[in-house]
Design a protein around this ligand. Structure first.
Ligand SMILES: *Cc1c(COP(=O)(O)O)cnc(C)c1O
Length: 430
């Protein structure tokens, strides 16, 4: 089908995409490093790692080879009653990067399912302990995915409006961003003291979809400690922050107190295949042991997906971990962090810029908006077009742009992005 690019709109419904008569999706035929190559010969720099999934560059030959080998050996087998080497290796290596209290890795398919699993594990933990709890605490403006449980613990807005009547009640507290620490902590404390709280879920250190809102490990530590004192389970949604984005392998590595459950996805396979995991402490796992009592088999976690622990996805994740464990990867992460830091100082002084935030390889620039702010505003479209015209993919979150690049991005490639940011300001304010 050589005319496929022109037939996209005849048959395909794209995610997060408004349906109009002139909506166009750019046909991509191949990718390498930070570059996406289009059917018309244009190339685009993937400055946001294709929605935050890519770690080491596109079509990385090492991961590609490992996936191909796995596909030709064992492509899939159901994961109840059977197991396989890539799943066992991945689980034990992930646990090897975490403190000893974590003991099990539960596989699923994406970030949303990793969150669903964590929420269900937390509720069922209390059910199994014969003290069911109903309440859940989350952060305002959180994003945890698009399935119903994940939507319920996310901030309500244009994304959830049609479904709000069907989402279970969640109590939201402000994110502890600079200036809001005190309020967030005291609101958390007062909700915890009322009892009946099953879990507290949060995006650690950086709230991604909220516009890369950064907060400190110190305040998160305080909040984790409060939850621990009240015996409330904590769920770190590291779907975006995992695998080096914040400068450490996991964002919660920067905390002294650790969450009870960790959700990972996005970068886990280096951006090759969909996969989610939920990692739990041994204390949680033990509550699911079959016992010879009235509850009996109801104590089992009766959850799974057809493609649970797909061997090709596991092989990609193991290969990505190999690359992450190389020193050169961490040198790149530090290099990107230092470049962002230096450019942040320059960017705050630009005319149109309201705020600059950075953490690890993430740099966010928030623009002043004359009109209403939010996801749908015309500045967003001007920003998107400005960068696309220069061959740079930066999908703004409303009036906020952010760079979240694959770790292989070079200094020269970073300069191309920084220069385009300068030019935007110059053109808007000349
Ligand atoms: C993207 C994201 C999710 C959802 O992951 P999907 O794979 O898109 O379902 C959940 N939590 C966070 C923090 C995310 O950034």
């Amino acid at each position: 089908m050589s005319d496929w690019p022109s037939r996209d709109r005849d048959s395909v419904w794209h995610p997060f995409t408004a349906i109009t008569h002139d909506s166009e999706n750019i046909p991509i035929v191949r990718a390498e490093g930070v570059w996406l190559y289009a059917a018309d010969g244009m190339r685009y720099m993937d400055a946001i790692s294709s929605w935050w999934v890519n770690l080491h560059g596109h079509a990385h030959p090492y991961i590609a080879q490992r996936v191909a080998e796995q596909a030709a050996t064992l492509e899939h087998v159901m994961f109840a009653g059977f197991t396989h080497q890539p799943a066992v290796e991945l689980a034990s290596r992930l646990l090897g990067h975490l403190p000893a209290q974590y003991s099990k890795v539960f596989y699923s398919d994406n970030g949303s399912t990793a969150v669903e699993v964590a929420l269900k594990m937390a509720f069922q933990y209390w059910f199994n302990e014969d003290s069911p709890r109903k309440r859940v605490i989350a952060l305002e403006n959180a994003y945890h995915g698009d399935t119903f449980g994940a939507m319920a613990v996310g901030g309500r807005g244009v994304f959830t409006a049609p479904f709000d009547p069907f989402l279970f009640d969640v109590e939201f507290i402000p994110a502890p961003v600079p200036g809001m620490e005190q309020e967030a902590v005291s609101k958390l404390e007062s909700l915890l003291s009322k009892g009946d709280v099953a879990s507290f879920i949060f995006e650690p250190l950086v709230q991604g979809t909220a516009g890369m809102q950064v907060y400190s490990a110190e305040v998160l530590d305080t909040m984790l400690e409060l939850c621990r004192q009240h015996g409330v389970l904590t769920i770190a949604d590291e779907v975006m922050t995992g695998f080096g984005r914040t400068g450490t392998l996991f964002a919660t590595d920067q905390c002294t107190h650790r969450p009870d459950l960790i959700c990972l996805s996005k970068g886990i396979t280096g951006g090759f295949l969909p996969m989610g995991v939920t990692i739990c402490t041994d204390a949680i796992y033990k509550a699911f042991w079959l016992r010879d009592d009235a509850k009996g088999r109801m104590r089992t976690f009766l959850h799974g997906h057809s493609y649970t622990a797909n061997p090709m996805a596991c092989a990609a994740a193991v290969a990505s971990l190999d690359l992450l464990e190389r020193e050169g990867t961490w040198e790149n992460i530090s290099r990107i962090e230092a470049r962002h830091q230096a450019f942040a100082l320059e960017a705050v002084a630009l005319n149109g810029v309201a705020a600059v935030r950075h953490k690890g390889v993430i740099l966010a620039i928030e623009y002043h908006t004359p009109q209403h702010t939010g996801y749908f505003n015309s500045l967003r479209d001007r920003l998107y077009d400005h960068f696309m015209q220069r061959g740079i993919v930066l999908r703004p979150l409303g009036n906020i742009i952010y760079i979240l690049p694959p770790y292989c991005i070079t200094d020269q490639e970073l300069d191309i992005i920084y220069q385009a940011i300068r030019e935007f300001d110059h053109e808007e304010h000349q």
